[in-house]
Design a protein around this ligand. Structure first.
Ligand SMILES: [Zn+2]
Ligand SMILES: [Zn+2]
Length: 263
């Protein structure tokens, strides 16, 4: 932020290039270079005699050249920091970027939106005003902005998508299975070789073992039978339909069958 001596504080956005402000900030007199208020070319700033030894901070207007050009030419002109303001667009905040190697930039620079810029400008035009550029909260560091936008937000989004996908998968899976209570209500009979009729199966289609006398068999609504143990495990952990004819053990069609019918 830009702090003015009468304790007015203006919000700013630090540039993505150049050094970061130190903990104690940057003190100086804010001066708008009269020769070139855009700061696009180096200027000679005439400081009043009482300011000769003090450092000055350039207040320049956005436009006509790139941010990095302004900062370089103000550095060349002896400024110790640069404040770039946008005179035209209310409320538009920009983090100043520069392509390529900017290691020659040795002074910090910040960006001000219209309202903050114009109010500081009117003060600066009354004469050099002492200000302090302050290091803001950690979060206003531009790289953190970028980090949040580029890395953290998509990661959070992906995690949320993954969680909701898992929940939906689990719900879908649960809808495909029979619960133990439903399965226990299905008919049980004891295998009896004497009572067997023609065309009745004598083996379990799940484990492919022949039925033994007095084996406990589960009879599904479709009249297919299996070892109770075998088919109970199938219905509660695989699918809630008959492994032979795919008839659902419940009255409603099973979810996966709806799907197969394209409903
Ligand atoms: Zn079996
Ligand atoms: Zn069946």
């Amino acid at each position: 932020s830009v702090e003015q001596t009468n304790n007015m504080t203006y919000a700013d956005h630090a540039a993505a290039f150049g050094p970061r402000l130190s903990e104690k900030g940057k003190l100086g007199f804010l001066i708008e270079p009269e020769q070139d208020p855009t700061g696009c070319s180096p200027v000679v700033v005439e400081k009043p005699p009482f300011l000769q030894e003090d450092s000055w901070i350039a207040l320049v207007r956005r436009g006509d050249c790139s941010f990095i050009t302004k900062v370089r030419s103000m550095q060349k002109s002896g400024a110790t920091a640069v404040v770039v303001g946008d005179p035209d667009h209310p409320g538009r905040w920009i983090t100043m970027y520069a392509p390529g190697d900017t290691s020659d930039v040795l002074i910090p620079s910040v960006f001000l939106a219209q309202e903050e810029y114009l109010s500081l400008l009117s003060l600066a035009r009354t004469g050099p005003i002492p200000i302090r550029l302050e290091l803001d909260d950690f979060i206003s560091w531009p790289l953190i902005d970028v980090l949040i936008i580029v890395v953290i937000s998509p990661t959070i989004l992906l995690v949320l998508i993954y969680i909701s996908w898992r929940i939906r998968q689990r719900q879908k899976r649960r809808a495909e299975l029979a619960d133990v209570k439903t399965v226990n209500k299905l008919t049980i009979k004891k295998f009896n070789r004497q009572k067997i009729r023609e065309n009745e199966r004598e083996e379990c289609a799940i484990c492919l073992e022949d039925y033994m006398e007095a084996d406990s068999l589960r009879v599904l609504p479709c009249q297919h039978d299996f070892h109770a143990q075998c088919v109970d495990a199938w219905l509660t952990t695989q699918k809630k339909f008959c492994p032979i004819c795919k008839a659902c053990i419940e009255r409603l069609p099973c979810p996966q069958q709806q799907h197969e019918r394209g409903m």
